[in-house]
Design a protein around this ligand. Structure first.
Ligand code: PEP
Ligand code: MN
Length: 351
């Protein structure tokens, strides 16, 4: 249930409610909005404690949370969560673009890609150092060496780094180098990994599993949120259907469906979602039109030589063209796709 505090409730009153929620065996989440502060009380036995919380000083009303996902729900937080990582802004009228190779292969490839995507307007660099591959015989990633290359690319370009963590025991090492932890589609329901990543103190980009419903994606996000991390980015990256002309079926309706139910930013991955570079640019534009808060795009200096996912990776030129198209669409729907570089030197100007 949600405990809505009165306008102007004091910090002490909020603390009082938080303590009472804990005493009742429920988990408190304080959400400070511009209009009101609410304390979400999460747990199995809810309604029996309603009266006890209603009588706490400073409480305006108690509202039950109907959705099975609680902290992720718009019912708990009607204001949109905007995730900001340096120039990367995801949410509200901002479309943040994360771009880079599927896998970090070497320093030259990663640095060249980072420079090129920055010039075209990307706000963050992606690249896998730990790769979850369908076949155990495929390239598994450079691991910590790959993380070091990503950090070097960040040092040179100032682009924050988004990279995948595939197992709970690697969270610490990945979080040491990454600015955003990516949890891949295959791991969406790896609950121990979600909890561990939720405690790392970095935003988490959570990709939808190819066989997971959108509601299951929200419930997976709930694990990260419950670990105390409110910066969760949801990613639609295509699901398995009977269709074979694309690698997955990119469900853009899910972006709209999610926005109706959650305050979390939703981004789209048209690279994995289509599996063909020729489809990526226009599906990226369609995602912007559908209201996506960001895009994650695979880009490679020479896609035909890529060690993974080359057939869906854009060349530097194709990425530039994609960005130009997305900018036109963003303009048309009243949104901006420019990285927020000014926010680093002048936080007051942060968007
Ligand atoms: C990736 O981003 O390269 C990746 C492996 O994505 P997904 O988890 O969506 O398959
Ligand atoms: Mn990939």
């Amino acid at each position: 249930m949600i405990v809505v505090m009165k306008n102007g409730a004091s910090d002490e009153q909020i603390r009082g409610v938080v303590d009472r929620v804990r005493e009742l065996g429920l988990k408190p989440h304080v959400i400070m909005g511009t209009e009101r502060t609410v304390v979400a009380a999460i747990g199995n036995k809810r309604d029996e404690h309603r009266q006890s919380l209603e009588s706490c000083p400073g409480v305006a009303e108690i509202i039950p949370i109907l959705a099975p996902y609680k902290v992720a729900s718009l019912e708990v937080r009607p204001e949109r969560t905007v995730v900001r990582v340096g120039p990367l802004v995801l949410g509200n009228s901002h479309v943040g673009v994360i771009a880079g190779p599927c896998s970090v292969e070497n320093e030259e490839q990663t640095l060249a890609t980072a420079r090129a995507v920055k010039v075209s307007g990307a706000a963050a660099l992606r690249g896998g150092a730990f790769k979850p591959r369908t076949s155990p015989y495929s390239f598994q990633g450079l691991k910590e060496d790959g993380l070091k290359i990503l950090a070097a690319a960040r040092d040179e370009t100032d682009l924050p780094v988004v990279t995948e963590v595939i197992t709970p025991s690697d969270v610490e090492i990945v979080a040491k180098y990454a600015d955003v932890l990516q949890i891949g589609a295959r791991n969406m329901q790896n609950y121990r990994l979600l909890e561990e990543a939720g405690q790392a103190g970095k935003p988490v980009l959570l990709k939808r599993g190819p066989a997971a419903s959108a509601e299951e994606l929200l419930l997976a996000a709930e694990y990260v949120l419950n670990a105390g991390n409110h910066e969760v980015i949801l990613c639609e990256r295509g699901i398995r259907t009977f269709e074979t002309h694309t690698r997955f079926t990119l469900s853009l309706a899910t972006v709209v469906w999610l926005h109706e139910r959650t305050h979390l930013p939703v981004i789209v991955d048209p690279s994995h979602g289509t599996g063909h570079s020729v489809l990526v640019g226009r599906m990226a534009a369609a995602a912007v039109a559908a209201g996506a808060d960001g895009l994650i795009i695979e880009v490679h200096p020479t896609p035909e030589r890529a060690m993974s996912d080359g057939y869906q990776s854009l060349t530097f030129q194709q990425f530039g063209e994609m960005m130009a198209l997305c900018r036109r669409i963003a303009d048309a729907v009243g949104r901006t796709i420019e990285p927020a570089w000014q926010s680093r030197s002048n936080p007051a100007a942060a968007v």
